[in-house]
Each structure stands twice: as structure tokens, then as C-alpha cells.
Design a protein around this ligand. Structure first.
Ligand code: HEM
Length: 452
């Protein structure tokens, strides 16, 4: 009897990582929806297809970003300090137009200039120092890419090299934001304030070489740089590169083809396919600013409309869940249900040009420097930060020790981490939602504006 009970208990405990995390994710979604009380319209849906998705996304009456939505208090909480100067969350206004223009100006560099900035990392881009004695190592891709992008964007903005202390300040800040956004950790405002203080000092000593648009205090200028560049830019580029390397690591044939020099269009197709399967925005939302009548339905002013990127990116593709870069030879990206950088007519990404040029160049160097493999499940939200084995050459991945010990251990570790992570995400997510509801950062900001 005791042996029976013991066997059942052990089997139960060992099976936990396989069924508990999906259950907790469902529970988390329910808790979040209840606490937020959001009645949103989700697209695409049975009533609105991919064409309607594009039409409504581009509709100028769907331009609200923050004001009037319950969810905004939570986004502002995650992005603090300074969400009120982050271009992504500003309502259409002079401040929004000025800062959007400024963001584009700061990134306006020629292709050659951007490529040569990336070329500076071509020797060991991830700083892994692999050599014949140490010819493999295990990394988390997102953590490995963050310092590189911190360095890149610091140089882009300040026109000077980024020292290690500054790079750490930036990485600590960006990691803190993305970990809180994914509910993997609680936010740590002291880490964020350290970067604000550093940026204020730089601005006060006139070490920022670009004139800001008028109407911003020094603190607001620091918050703008912190939010748009030292958070959004670094997180987005690190996640995009992590997804790209994860798909390459899990498709050895694609990796071989890229390494063999079949680069020209094939690398572009691989990048597009990675962005199609792993769009960086799961859902982009808009708040309806003027009631819209569309296809016999009335979408009332104040409605939150959620544009579901992963679903939209599946519509109209053969075997949509399959990674198949060659599909882009038959269906050019511009004619497909594919918009990884948003819709041009309604607040699309100002960094599309810079992101595609730099990603492509960096991917070229990274693929030529290392060989990758990863046994862990690859999900769009990437809460595990992309565990990956990096090797000097393909032959290392064939070693028995790697195949029979290291890779299975990585998979096992990921399953158990998944269990722990899903529990912490439930707890941290609930704590942060309740805290954000208490602080009401967005609601209070607009109330204050209206009372002026
Ligand atoms: C591969 C990398 C990137 C991808 C896939 C990406 C994707 C997107 C998407 C889909 C949107 C539109 C969201 C919406 O409709 O609400 C967006 C907006 C935005 N992105 Fe990116 N992004 C990337 C990199 C960057 C970088 C490097 C920056 C640098 C500052 C940046 C800054 C912004 C800003 C400020 C907005 C808001 C635009 C507005 O509301 O006017 N993004 N991005």
C-alpha cells in the first residue's frame, strides 16, 4: 500500500510540469480579465476577417492609446517612470507629433552607417569567448543580446562609446521592465530611477548632442530617452533576435543553408518567417475615439479594440503554424497578412527601417560566428529568455555528451522552470494588477490635465 501511494505521489509530482503550467496560464488570464473588467472587441474573429482587421486597424477613429481604458493604468505602471512621454502611449497631440518626429530623426541613419555600427560587433558578437578548449556554452538568448543593443542604442543617441557601468545600468533597467511586463518579477523602481538619474545628469551637462522639441522639462526628456530607447528599443531588438536565433537553432537545415552563404533573399525570408510566427506584439490595442459603423455593427466610442497579431499572421497561409521561410518566394510579404511593424496609416513602428537593416546585419555575423541548438519549446512570449546551446561548430552538436546529457538536461530544467514560472507569474501578475489599480497612474494624469 505504502509503495503504491509512494508511486502515485512520485508520478503525480513528476507529471506536474506537463499539465499544471497550461492550467495556471488559463487561470491567470481569467484573473486578469476579471480584475481589469475589460469589455474589448477582439480581431480577427468570426465576424471580422483579416481584411476587416486591416481596415479597422487603419481607421483614424481608432487612434486612442491610453485615455479611457482600464488596462492603461497597468501599462503605465509597467512602463513607469515617464509613461506620459512614451510615444507609444501618448494620445494624438502636439506632444505626440513632436516626439514621434524626434524619434524618427534620432534613428535617421543611412544603411551603410547602420551596417558599419553593427560590424563593430562582428568579432564574437555575443562576447562568449569560445575557443578550442571551451567550444560550447549554454546561454539565454535575450540576456546575451541585451548588452549589445544597450551599447548600440547608447552610441546611436550619444555619439560616444558606452562604458560597462552605463551598459549595466541600461540592461538592468530594460530587463526589469520586460520581466515585469511578462509577470516574471515584480518591478523594481530603484533600478529604473538609477538610469533616470544618470540620464538627467547627462542632459544637464549638455552631453546629449540633439536638440529636443520644445515643452519638455529635463526630467521628461530623460524619461523619454529611457522609455523609447533604453526600454522599448532594447527589449524589442533583443526579443526579435532571440526569436530569430531560436527558430534557426531548431531548424538545422535552415542554419546550414544560411551558413553556406545562401544569404541574399534567404536570410530576409527567414527573418520574415520568424516575425510572422513570433510577432513582438501579441495584441496591439486602440481605443475608439469616434463611434464607428462597420459591416452592420456599431463600435461605440470608448471601446477597446484588440488586434491579435499571432492570429492575423495565420490567416491565408498554407500550414500557418509551420516554419517555412520558402513560403515568402510564393507570397511576397507586402501582399500577405503580415505586418510585424504595425499598419502605416495608424501609428506604426518608427524603427522599421533601422530594425530590419541592423537585424539582418547582426544575424549575418552571429550565424557566421557560432552554431546554435535548443531543445526547449519556443513560445512567442519567451518567458524563459531563450535557453540555447552555442557551439563553435556543427560537429560539437553531434558529441554524445551534448546529445545524451546536456540537451536532455536543458529540456528537463525548462519543464521545471516552467512550473515555477507559471506560479510566480500568477502571483506577481495579480500583485501588480492590484497595485496598478491602486496607483491609477493613467487615470490621474488625464484628470490632472483636464483640471488645468
Ligand atoms: C524588430 C523590432 C521591432 C518590432 C517588430 C516592432 C514592432 C512594433 C509594432 C507592431 C508597433 C505598432 C504597435 C501598435 O500598432 O500599437 C510598434 C510601435 C512602436 N515602436 Fe516598434 N518594433 C521594433 C523595434 C522598435 C525599436 C528599435 C524602437 C525604437 C525606439 C521602437 C519604437 C516604437 C515606438 C515608439 C512605437 C509607437 C509608435 C506610435 O504609437 O506612434 N520599436 N513597434
Amino acid at each position: 500500500m505504502n509503495i503504491f501511494l509512494l508511486t502515485v505521489t512520485v508520478a503525480f509530482v513528476l507529471s506536474l510540469p506537463y499539465w499544471l503550467p497550461p492550467l495556471i496560464i488559463r487561470l491567470r488570464m481569467n484573473v486578469f480579465t476579471r480584475i481589469n473588467g475589460e469589455e474589448a472587441l477582439h480581431l480577427p474573429s468570426d465576424s471580422f476577417n483579416a481584411e476587416d482587421f486591416k481596415t479597422l486597424y487603419g481607421n483614424p477613429a481608432l487612434s486612442g492609446r491610453s485615455k479611457g481604458a482600464e488596462l492603461s493604468d497597468l501599462f503605465w505602471y509597467w512602463l513607469a517612470p515617464g509613461p506620459e512621454v512614451h510615444p507609444e502611449h501618448l494620445e494624438l497631440s502636439d506632444r505626440y507629433r513632436n516626439l514621434s518626429r524626434f524619434t524618427r530623426q534620432l534613428m535617421a541613419r543611412s544603411r551603410t552607417e547602420l551596417e558599419s555600427m553593427i560590424d563593430q560587433y562582428q568579432q564574437d558578437p555575443l562576447r562568449l569567448s569560445l575557443h578550442h578548449k571551451k567550444n560550447w556554452t549554454s546561454i539565454r538568448l535575450r540576456d546575451a543580446f541585451m548588452p549589445l543593443w544597450a551599447d548600440f542604442f547608447y552610441r546611436l543617441l550619444f555619439n560616444e562609446p558606452c562604458n560597462e557601468k552605463t551598459r549595466n545600468l541600461i540592461v538592468n533597467h530594460a530587463s526589469d521592465v520586460v520581466n515585469a511586463l511578462k509577470c516574471c518579477k515584480l518591478r523594481n523602481m530603484s533600478k529604473r530611477h538609477q538610469l533616470t538619474e544618470f540620464l538627467v545628469n547627462k542632459l544637464e551637462s549638455n552631453e546629449f548632442p540633439h536638440p529636443f522639441p520644445p515643452g519638455l522639462t529635463t526630467l521628461e526628456q530623460a524619461h523619454y530617452l529611457q522609455g523609447a530607447f533604453f526600454n522599448t528599443a532594447i527589449v524589442q531588438m533583443s526579443e526579435a533576435m532571440s526569436h530569430l536565433i531560436m527558430v534557426i537553432a531548431q531548424h538545422p537545415h535552415c542554419q546550414e543553408r544560411l551558413r553556406s552563404g545562401d544569404h541574399d533573399h534567404y536570410l530576409d525570408d527567414v527573418i520574415n518567417e520568424s516575425l510572422r510566427l513570433n510577432p513582438l506584439f501579441g495584441i496591439a490595442h486602440r481605443i475608439v475615439t469616434d463611434t464607428v459603423n462597420f459591416k452592420g455593427s456599431t463600435i461605440k466610442k470608448g471601446t477597446v479594440v484588440c488586434f491579435n497579431y499571432p492570429e492575423f499572421h495565420k490567416q491565408g497561409y498554407e500550414n500557418p503554424d509551420q516554419f517555412n521561410p520558402d513560403r515568402w518566394q510564393q507570397c511576397p510579404a507586402k501582399d500577405s497578412n503580415f505586418m510585424p511593424f504595425g499598419i502605416t496609416s495608424n501609428r506604426s513602428c518608427p524603427a522599421q527601417g533601422l530594425a530590419t537593416v541592423t537585424m539582418r546585419r547582426l544575424a549575418f555575423h552571429v550565424i557566421n560566428s557560432y552554431w546554435f541548438t535548443s531543445p526547449v519549446p519556443h513560445t512567442r512570449s519567451l518567458p524563459n529568455r531563450g535557453p540555447c546551446l552555442v557551439m563553435l561548430s556543427q560537429s560539437v552538436s553531434g558529441h554524445r555528451f551534448i546529445r545524451h546529457i546536456i540537451l536532455p538536461l536543458m529540456l528537463l530544467r525548462d519543464h521545471w522552470e516552467d512550473l515555477y514560472r507559471s506560479l510566480t507569474q500568477l502571483v506577481f501578475g495579480t500583485i501588480m494588477i492590484l497595485h496598478a489599480k491602486k496607483l491609477k497612474l493613467c487615470k490621474k494624469y488625464f484628470q490632472q490635465l483636464e483640471s488645468l
